[in-house]
Design a protein around this ligand. Structure first.
Ligand SMILES: [Zn+2]
Length: 335
């Protein structure tokens, strides 16, 4: 029989633990590797990279492609080899002893709040049109198009925030911005990417490009509908350059780390990855591209056998495909 007191206790504990699971699990000696948000073997069912800790909803969330999703208690039980009651006791001890700092009010922006904010900004923006700030910016980079993908929008006046010395966000100015809709595996918008603009160019500020919320977890900006082949690139500008120079449909992965984890439709037969050449730095672009290529080749598909995967890397150190495209245009167009 269920013990109502115990049930209430657990519910209360869940409320108190909300948003604090990562530090709770760390305090209970759960290996930092497990909590690193990288794909890795599942602590419950093994494999090589099927498991990822995301803490997506502040509940110590994880997802395993084999045994499914779960939260902090389930993870703690598996890692420690203990039953539910004992996991509850351990979490109670950590929270009761205040080893874990209390969650600050808006510690992690909640998924729901972010969705609302993303929707509001998206609604304030309009589809990219000839002559607007986004069009001017892209044309300036030789990336103009007669019709722009619907996942890009132009925001006429977007607040630009800075952090003050106490780490609090403060509004500094308003600038026009290019918004890109970042879509999760099911196609729903999960976040926005913003590129702040000024006088037809990228704003000269360190944070001119940013994602509205962290944790985009394999989501992509689906600029064009995939056909038999889909091309992938890291940045939006690079992706557009690849589309203009090859005619291929392209998705943008936004960052090297996310490109590596990109979610792709299972039925996709052929994938062309257009890497950034980061040989002038830490080879992040190449590493991400080849890690993705490797994963896509190995991924077991129910039909169609292994995918055809190609990786293209610009010849010059430090170049991306937008640079290559820009140089090509300058060479071929009359001065
Ligand atoms: Zn598993």
């Amino acid at each position: 029989m269920r013990n109502p007191d115990y049930h209430d206790q657990v519910q209360e504990l869940l409320v108190r633990a909300h948003g604090r699971w990562t530090s709770i699990l760390r305090s209970l000696d759960v290996d930092a590797t497990i909590l690193s948000q990288r794909n890795q073997p599942c602590p419950m069912c093994g494999g090589t990279d099927r498991f990822q800790y995301t803490d997506k909803f502040g509940e110590g969330n994880y997802h395993c492609r084999n045994c499914g999703p779960g939260g902090g208690f389930k993870l703690l039980q598996a890692v420690k080899g203990v039953d539910f009651k004992s996991a509850v006791r351990q979490v109670q001890e950590v929270i009761g002893a205040a080893i874990v700092p209390p969650a600050r009010a808006p510690a992690e922006p909640s998924a729901l709040r972010m969705k609302k904010l993303a929707k509001r900004l998206w609604d304030e923006a309009h589809p990219v049109a000839q002559g607007d700030d986004v069009d001017r910016y892209l044309r300036g980079r030789q990336l103009g198009m007669d019709r722009y993908p619907k996942v890009l929008r132009c925001h006429p006046r977007l607040g630009y925030y800075d952090k003050d010395d106490k780490g609090r966000s403060r509004l500094v100015a308003h600038h026009p911005a290019m918004l890109a809709c970042i879509q999760g595996a099911d196609g729903h918008a999960i976040s926005l990417h913003r590129t702040y603009l000024q006088d037809g160019r990228k704003l000269q500020r360190p944070d001119a490009k940013k994602v509205l919320s962290g944790g985009i977890q394999g989501a992509a900006v689906r600029l064009f509908e995939p056909g038999g082949v889909l091309a992938l690139a890291e940045g939006l500008e690079t992706a557009i350059a690849v589309h203009l120079s090859t005619g291929k449909p392209v998705w943008a992965g936004i960052s090297a780390g996310n490109l590596e984890r990109l979610w792709l439709p299972e039925q996709l037969q052929e994938v062309h990855i257009y890497a950034d050449n980061d040989a002038d730095g830490d080879f992040d672009g190449q590493a991400a591209a080849f890690a993705l290529a490797r994963r896509l080749r190995k991924e077991h598909r129910r039909e169609g056998g292994p995918r055809r995967v190609k990786v293209f890397v610009p010849v010059h150190d430090g170049a991306d495909w937008a640079d290559v495209w820009g140089a090509q245009i300058r060479r071929t167009s009359p001065a």
